[in-house]
Design a protein around this ligand. Structure first.
Ligand code: SAM
Length: 264
């Protein structure tokens, strides 16, 4: 049946995504640097700075609960989580904010745990790793999260709407849903140069450095298939979020974008 076909196709997609990230886990950071010419670090820095995680004890009232409860979905190797905790500690003098890194892939989580050993948070209760599918976060209670982040993850989800609905469910009223993801380049000439780079250089770098052309070919195609800025903004609105301003911020001419929604 049509339904049966869809289910099989979806199962295959999930399996494929799992395989891609299992095979890229150990070379993941090097590859990100090579493919983005190091720019992904600047985007992640900006994403975190702009969200300003943590509660500054000097400016928050005594009745406010200590620290933020952050959920970093598809958190992989911990890139966003470590930045969040650094920001909360050093900028907001907040030693209570906690981050839970959730990812569907145990190999990516293992890399994250390994990398955490080089941070001050390895053995603290402020950082915690869980294996979970963004589309079904049963272990996370309703209205329990202050900030939900997903960086370069949502385009891999089979059911993006379901994941956005889960984000809405777990966020507290006033909580923020924030997405950093590849997006659509907004200048024709720049887009032509970018497409040439991504469709030819990225699979080639994947082949030469990680010995894995197919996984990187998949990554490029998943970027191409992901909705435009306005389409994605509308998906966030449709889930019930309030969207501030136009709803997104383009980074590097739209190669990536930050989308935000607030749970009313
Ligand atoms: N957030 C990290 C970063 O910015 O470097 C990792 C991004 S990596 C490109 C995408 C991650 O999404 C992978 O670790 C993959 O395992 C995870 N992922 C894919 N589908 C998922 C799902 N349905 N639920 C949770 N994580 C998922």
């Amino acid at each position: 049946t049509h339904f049966g076909f869809e289910t099989v196709a979806e199962a295959l997609k999930e399996q494929k995504v799992r395989g891609v990230f299992s095979s890229v886990a150990s070379s993941y950071d090097t590859m990100n640097d090579l493919m983005s010419l190091g720019i992904h670090r600047l985007w992640k820095d900006h994403f975190v700075r702009n969200l300003n995680p943590g509660r500054n004890p000097l400016t928050s009232g005594p009745s406010e609960q200590k620290g933020w409860n952050i959920l970093d979905i598809a958190g992989g190797t911990g890139d966003i989580a470590f930045r969040m905790l650094d920001h909360a500690s050093t900028i907001n003098h907040d030693a209570h904010t906690k981050v839970t890194v959730a990812d569907i892939n145990p190999e990516m989580l293992a890399e994250g745990r390994k990398r955490a050993l080089e941070t001050p948070y390895a053995r603290s209760s402020r950082l915690n790793f869980i294996e979970a599918n963004a589309e079904k976060l049963d272990m996370i209670p309703d209205s329990s999260i202050d900030l939900y982040t997903v960086a370069f993850g949502i385009r891999n989800f089979t059911h993006k709407e379901a994941a956005i609905r889960e984000a809405y469910r777990v966020l507290k009223p006033g909580g923020v849903f924030a997405v950093l993801e590849f997006s659509k380049v907004n200048n024709g000439l720049f887009d032509a140069v970018y497409k040439r780079w991504s469709f030819s250089a990225i699979p080639l770098i994947g082949q030469l450095v990680a010995g894995d052309r197919d996984s990187y070919q998949y990554l490029v195609e998943s970027i191409e298939r992901f909705p435009s800025q306005t389409e994605f903004r509308d998906m966030i609105k449709d889930a019930g979020f309030l969207v501030p301003g136009q709803g997104w911020e383009d980074l590097t001419g739209g190669i990536a974008a930050i989308h935000k929604g607030v749970k009313p």
